[in-house]
Every structure is written in structure tokens, then in C-alpha cells.
Design a protein around this ligand. Sequence first.
Ligand code: FAD
Length: 507
Amino acid sequence: MNAISDNSEAPGPFDVVVIGSGPAGCVTSLFLRKYGLRVLMLERQQFPRYHIGESLTGVSGDYIRELDLEADMVGLQFPEKSGVKVIGRGAKSEFFVPVLRPTWQVRRSEFDALLLDRALGAGAVHRLGTVKSVVREPAGAVRGVVYQPEGSEAQVEVRSKFVVDASGQSTVLSRHGVAGPMRMDAFGRQMAVFSQFKGAVRDPGMMGNNTFIFYADTHHWSWFIPISPELVSIGIVIPSTTFKRCGDEPEKVLQWGLANINPDLTRRLAEAQSVESVRVIRNYSYRINPFVGDGWLCVGDAHRFADPIFSFGVAMAMSEARAAADAIHRAVETGSWEQPFADYVAFSNRGQNAAFDLIRYFWKFPAFFGVQARGPMRKDFIRMLAGDLFEPHDIPALAMMRNSLALSPPPNIPEGLPQQLAARVMEQFSDFQGISTALIDWSEQPLQLSFLLSDGGWDLKDALKDFEHRLRSQYGADKVAVRAWIPPEHPGPALDRSQVIFRRSIQ
Ligand code: FAD
């Protein structure tokens, strides 16, 4: 792909300056142009340029179709993705969540250049340069930026009614004290080490285009994303403490991850060769607040980013980009920014908080997550993993997750025991034949593992007795009890402090 040329001769004035030409910057500019606003995009890197973030969700696919880019995606031969397979610890369990609207795996250098090309085609002006500071009025309103054009020592001031920070992890407006300070969140001390490989073993046919997520211990996981007929993007994500322990050098840590995260990953990469340098990103999960103000707002990674395990980043950036363009358009039309920008904040928080809680739930209850993603709430899981997280009303499965996150075992139940038991149930009864519901009730000690059996389920009685015996000898007879019923003779325990592992009959 050719380098994208600067059309810097185009004259101002500009309604909006957009800092950064990643998905957030390009899609904001495209929607602003649909409203006829005059847009200047400032980007410090010559495109095409490398970027991480190659697996797109269903919502990103929707934007691609809406922006009429589908034919280009096909032309660039990006692999069509039909779902995500999550492979559990030791490769002992797995679940698949389909994407029901077509989407793609992309090489970001080409994908981002395509978006930029479209933004320029729609009339946005683009200059290659690095934003160095912000133009502020005495009362604090932002009215433009100062940037250094590529290859020049000069500093150029450009004024506008609004500035959009779409500078990704550079978080330009936060660094210049306009937006709030950056705060690390629960996944903050993570590191990602990644490269591209040839010769990895994929699944046959179209399934070979899908994302695999392999996980091991909490917050230790790996991605496997096919990005062309030959290449697969591989990344290892681990806490920074593990990084230090495993060699403290990117190449060594990647090798350690390939050998240790998951046996299925090891098998798939056994004969593969790395064809790219090994890259690292550190401490990338954060939030910035406030992220709007008089004359400015932040979109995408410029204000928030969480653990990328479910590939929400580009979908988040695109969804926010459209909402940001709507908010700016309304502010221009009404001459008042407060309400439109408050609506943008509410929209963004709804989606970002939903993504954050979904990821937290996954890491707290991976075994429940796997079973529930295949159970009666499957439709909600498919929607959420597609990136549909901005709905004004709560998604039932998300409400269930939030309830579970709010519950914590009473102090006499050892930390992590419910999760360990769920994993044991999954291993032991993975097909759930004869079981209509399995749940953990931790309202008192011993913690109760309850099985509601279907009609033929009494055949399981001996297996359940044996299971209880093994759990009690491992965790202590005062810690765990296993009970079984056939409803309707017994309706089973109340669900208020229970975590359902599996339920066939939830409506
Ligand atoms: P960016 O894409 O980072 O774009 C910001 C742009 O701003 C850059 O081009 C930069 O050069 C420019 N810029 C920065 N500072 C300045 C300045 N001072 N002046 C001018 N220009 C500037 N997302 C997914 O959807 N799928 C995935 O599989 C996925 N995997 C990920 C794995 C990892 C390890 C990480 C860390 C992230 C992953 N993401 C993934 C997230 C995804 O990369 C981002 O969410 C997405 O790129 C955000 O887009 P953006 O436009 O906000 O920022």
C-alpha cells in the first residue's frame, strides 16, 4: 500500500481538529464530514504504520458496512472471522462464541490506512505532524492546538471550535492537563508481548480464520489471530511480575508463554517461525476522567482502555467516534456543548463499564463464563462479545454478572473456593447429562454444591457421592457438601447468594 499523502495545502478555518488518525480519529472525522463540518486531522506517523489490535468484533463489522468499506475489506483479503474459541486452563475445556454478523481479522497497517483514505475522500484535511500543546482561552476553553509538522522545527498554531483527542495511548489532552489524570485500573499492571508467525496450525476451512484465546492462571492469557492466509498474530498477556520472573526480555518471555500458557497453543506453534520483531506494550489498562469539557472531548483509547482479551478496542473506538461526532454536531447546532457532551459521557460510560464488568466477570469466574456462554443466556453472550455494550437497557446476562461480582463469599469461605469448585464440576460433568441445574450456594458453611437432576438423573447418584468424597478429602469435610434433588418434589435452594454453574431451564 502506498504512503498516504498529506493534503496540508487545504485551507482552514476548521470546526474541529482531530488529534490522531487511528480508528477513533478516522471514524469521528468521517461522521463529522457527514454533518458538513470542516475537519483537520493531525497524525504524527506516516501511514501505513504498524499497530496492534487485529481482531474485529461484529460491531466493527457493522461500521465497516455502514461506511461502505466491505468491498475494500474483501479486496485486501482480510480473513473473515466467524467467532472466538476460548480454550481453558490445560486445554481441558473450551467454548465457542460465534459472531453472527460478518467481520474480519485485519492487518492494522492496511486497515487504518483504508479508514484514513476514506476520511480524506470525504473531505477531511490531513497533516503529518505531532501535536505539542493546546490553545486555551483564559477561562479554560480549548480552541485549537499547536503542532510540529513532520520534518520541520516550526510550531504551527491552528484554531478550531472543538478539539477531539483520538491520540490513543498517547492520551495527549490528559498529558497536557486538559483531561483528567490517567489512573490504572484492575488490569493495569499487565504486559503484552507479541509477534507474527508463519506455519502455525489452524483449524480446517473457514474455522481457521477465527480468534483463539488461551488462558491459564488469572490474567495470564494468549491470543492467536489469523491475519492473512499465511500469518498468525500471537500475543502473550501476563502481569508484569510474571514478565520479570520469566526472563525480563521480550523474546524470552514470548518463548516462555508459548511453552507454558496452554498445551494447545504450544502444539499449534511447534513448527512455526516468527517473521516479525517481538514487541511489548506495558501498563495499558487505564481510565481518564473527566474526558470532555468546553471545546474538547476524548474518543477511544485516548481516555480509556481495558484488558484486550475480547478484542473490544476498535469497536469501542468506532462506537464512541459516532457518538462524539453526533455530540459535536448538536453542540454546533444549538450553540451549547454541555448537554450533548454529557450525553456522550453517559453513552461512553455505559459501554466501557459493561466491557469492564464483562472482563472482570470472566477473570473471576472463568468456569461459569464458559458454561453460561453455552447455556440459555447464549444470545446475550453472543451480543456482548460482538461489542453490543452500549444499549440503554441492561442486558440480562450482564445484570447477572454484576450481581455475582457484587457478592463475595462470607469470610469463613476460603478465597477462590467457589471458582475452584465450579472448575471441578466442569471437569467432572462436562456434558451435564441428567443435570438440569448445578449451583454453588455460599450463604453458609459448608458451602453447598447443589445439583437439580432431570428425570433420568438419579443414575448420577453414585458419581455425585464419589465426587463429594473427593472434594471433602481435598478441601475438608467442614468446607463442602454436595446435595442432589429432583424437582418439583424439592424446588432446590433459593438463588440469592448462589452462583449458577449450569442451568437448562432459565428463561
Ligand atoms: P490508535 O489506534 O492508537 O490511534 C491513535 C493515533 O494517534 C496513532 O496513529 C498515533 O500515531 C496518533 N498520535 C498519538 N499521539 C499523537 C500526537 N501527539 N500528535 C499526532 N498524532 C498522535 N482492539 C481490537 O479491536 N481487537 C484486538 O484484537 C485488540 N488487541 C489488542 C491487543 C493489545 C495488546 C492492546 C494493547 C490493544 C488491543 N486492541 C485490540 C485495542 C486497539 O489496539 C485499540 O483500542 C485501538 O487501536 C484504539 O484506536 P484509537 O484510534 O483510539 O487509537
